[in-house]
Design a protein around this ligand. Sequence first.
Ligand code: CUA
Length: 174
Amino acid sequence: MNWRKLRTFLLTALVLCLIPATRYYQIDLPLLRFLRGSNHVDPLSLHLAGEFVENNLGTEQRADGSVTVRMIAQQYLFIPHCILVPAGVPVHLRITSADAVHALTFNGTEYAVKVLPGTISEAQLQFPRVGEYKTVCREFCGAGHYAMRSEVKVVPPEQFPALHPDERGNCEAQ
Ligand code: CUA
């Protein structure tokens, strides 16, 4: 028996067993998170935990007056269906997909944001004038693609309320 070969074989077998073991007990998750970066998100648990849970979606005003808008794209709608943003302030958009690849566009603007499952897409937007913009999916994403649309209502900044979470997806309140 060649001891060197046996030692190499045993070491290789040990390493091959250890890799699935770390996956099973998920002790490698912090390392995986680090490697994937902060823009990684699990598309299967969006509604359950993390940044994109339901009461975190919509428009949130920051201390400096700018707003953060969080949305989910999924077959075949954008959530929230209607969002309110103040006119003339920077809008930091954070959006991810629960399933297919989508593209969020705002009619009447040049903005187009590709939305992929597993990743948070970020974009800096600004709507100078009060009004309504239809948001339309411009990436073919399945049978309901052509009906995948929602809207943004741009309201005067002085009227923009410090939105209660319940009002964030609710354009009727305006
Ligand atoms: Cu979503 Cu096309």
